[in-house]
Design a protein around this ligand. Structure first.
Ligand SMILES: Cc1cc2nc3c(=O)[nH]c(=O)nc-3n(C[C@H](O)[C@H](O)[C@H](O)COP(=O)(O)O)c2cc1C
Length: 207
């Protein structure tokens, strides 16, 4: 089981990256092989809609996204960790997701398989923090992630939504976040799909 972890925040070692590291460590403890990328360390450009990928399913831009393409294709499990920015997905992970257009083209234009037919089910988990506890604060990011899972042909393996987490390290004072992130990692390591969405809003508002 190979699990690809993607840290999507521009803030290194921030709240969402901590969730990611807890999740990946738990998957590794179950025997998974871990590969981790921090998007803010990559040279990653936005999609230019040149449509080159429609011809051969390959992106014409020359940057570090070509390090991610093979990993996104080979992973048995993908974990994306990203905060809410402006009620939606921050620019970095959104750029990465837009750059998955070659996978979309492979599937829907070129009618090719993204993964070998008969391969084990691929899984995807999403870990998210937001500074506020606003109603619907996670709606934007969640919708985009569901789109990504569809393009990557992965089944959901859990979502962790942590509201009221803003300052650096604030995730450390949220009582259940670490345990939930680890539980998602454990399930991933065991290849267990799960449509569980753990939204800690009620807990945060009560506390
Ligand atoms: C540019 C920017 C936009 C943000 N927009 C929102 C927002 O719309 N709603 C919200 O609840 N928090 C918002 N936040 C707060 C982040 O979601 C929060 O600080 C989160 O913990 C950051 O995670 P990180 O440490 O992994 O980067 C924003 C933060 C920044 C820097």
């Amino acid at each position: 089981m190979k699990v690809l972890g993607i840290a999507g925040s521009p803030r290194r070692d921030g709240n969402t990256e901590m969730l990611l590291d807890w999740c990946l460590a738990a998957a590794e403890a179950e025997g998974a092989e871990i590969v981790k990328f921090r998007l803010c360390d990559l040279d990653l450009n936005p999609c230019r809609a040149c449509d080159a990928c429609r011809a051969e399913g390959v992106c014409a831009l020359k940057d570090d996204m070509h390090k991610l393409y093979p990993e996104l294709r080979a992973a048995d499990g993908v974990v994306l960790a990203a905060p809410v920015y402006s009620m939606g997905m921050p620019a970095l992970p959104k750029a990465m997701i837009d750059r998955c257009q070659p996978f979309w083209a492979l599937k829907y234009v070129l009618k090719q398989n993204l993964v070998e037919p008969g391969s084990p089910e691929r899984l995807g988990a999403f870990l998210c923090c937001a500074g506020t506890t606003f109603t619907h604060v996670f709606d934007g990011t969640r919708r985009v992630v569901r789109y990504l899972w569809n393009v990557l042909e992965v089944k959901p393996a859990g979502e962790l939504l942590c509201p009221g987490v803003d300052a650096r390290d604030e995730i450390l004072s949220q009582p259940s976040a670490r345990a939930v992130a680890e539980d998602i990692g454990k399930r991933l390591g065991r290849r267990q799909a799960s449509d569980n969405v753990i939204d800690l809003t009620a807990e945060v508002k009560k506390g």
